[in-house]
Design a protein around this ligand. Structure first.
Ligand code: NAD
Length: 327
């Protein structure tokens, strides 16, 4: 399966194919200069599939986990790139989950004022979400993703077979984002997630999810209007993450809980059934009042009001400004 995404900087293709990583020479010009950036989990699993085929390449790895989306890793890797005399025509390959894609993409967007990079996402979340749309960046001590840019990749290569080694908790974390796509744009995707075994046909569902993200990022690349529908569940999701200091929940898990605040009672019970099917949390002991303290700090809260995404009918979302008191 193939999609082509239009962005202001370039058009780029996304290929989705089982065992694509075993045939990488069909997708890349193997004679070019590549730098593979990957976390230390993923590099052990998959880097050989690339390095054996690419004539000129070297690996830079970093410790797995969210804490590597940092100034420290950014600076360390940038210095290695410069010492190794990275060239304007060198190409970075981001091989890994969303952490790798965001960090490597941000390096690509800034080193030598921007070089090409390719996304090879290896988690479900990164395959359906973070590898497309061009948002790249790192975290600071005060906030997540607050240093970054919108810098699309030149190519995205998705091999659903790499998900075979992904721990189930991380697989389900990606499913939470898929549920979100269903909630905001596709009743039929939501119904499939509720009723079918999506794992056995995951390539098809990756494609369906990407079609939804494609529509939104092409309409609104710079996140000023329609793309914000993708923030469904994020207002309270971010609050859960911050309340628990990013320790209790993975991002998708927190977003799943956050979605429950933005629907009526009937949809809430339907959504809870689907979240539970994928072992995603569907309730938590923290009160809404406690969460609201964090919602108020959200960067999107302006003049005591905040734009939130609501769903009154599965598959149809809208954005509305609410006062904190109304929430
Ligand atoms: N740029 C965007 O548009 C965007 C969108 C959503 C999320 N994000 C970011 O994505 C990040 C989360 O991404 P993630 O959930 O992929 O986390 P991640 O990159 O940390 O990967 C999760 C874990 O899975 C491991 N892993 C990855 N692929 C594997 C595989 N095939 N087999 C076995 N283990 C594997 C990793 O080593 C890691 O331990 C967050 O930083 C979030 O802010 C970015």
């Amino acid at each position: 399966m193939k999609l082509t995404i239009k962005s202001s900087r370039r058009e780029y293709d996304i290929y989705i194919k089982d065992h694509l990583l075993d045939n990488i020479e069909n997708y890349l010009d193997v004679s070019k200069n590549y730098i593979i950036i990957s976390d230390d989990n993923v590099s052990k699993l998959f880097v050989n599939k690339l390095s054996n085929k690419l004539s000129n390449n070297y690996l830079i790895d970093f410790p797995e986990g969210e804490s590597s989306k940092s100034f420290f890793q950014y600076e360390r890797i940038a210095n290695i790139l410069l010492k190794k005399e990275v060239k304007k025509d060198s190409i970075i390959i981001a091989l890994g989950g969303g952490v790798t894609g965001d960090l490597a993409g941000f390096l690509a967007s800034t080193i030598l004022r921007g070089i090409e990079y390719i996304q090879i996402p290896t988690t479900l979340l990164s395959q359906i979400d973070s590898s497309i749309g061009g948002k790249v960046g790192i975290n600071t001590e005060s906030a997540k993703n607050c240093i970054g840019s919108i810098y699309p990749p030149s190519l995205v290569l998705i091999d659903p077979k790499v998900l075979d080694t992904l721990p189930e908790k991380h697989f389900n974390n990606g499913v939470a984002e898929m549920i979100k796509y269903g909630m905001i744009k596709s009743k039929s995707l939501f119904e499939d997630l509720k009723n079918l075994d999506i794992k056995s046909n995951i390539g098809y569902y990756i494609y369906q999810s990407l079609l939804i993200k494609q529509e939104l990022v092409e309409k609104d690349e710079f996140d000023e209007r329609d793309r914000r529908l993708l923030n469904f569940g994020h207002t309270f999701g971010h609050a859960y993450e911050a309340f628990y200091k990013y320790e209790k929940y993975l991002h998708g898990e927190a977003v799943g809980l956050g979605m429950l605040f933005m629907v009526d009672k009937e949809i809430e019970s339907e959504l809870k059934v689907v979240l539970s099917k994928y072992n995603l949390p569907s309730e938590d002991t923290v009160t809404k009042e406690e969460l609201l303290q964090y919602v108020k700090l959200d960067k999107k809260a302006k003049n005591n009001g905040i734009y939130v995404v609501m769903v009154d009918k599965i598959g149809e979302a809208y954005i509305i400004k609410k006062q904190i008191e109304e929430l």
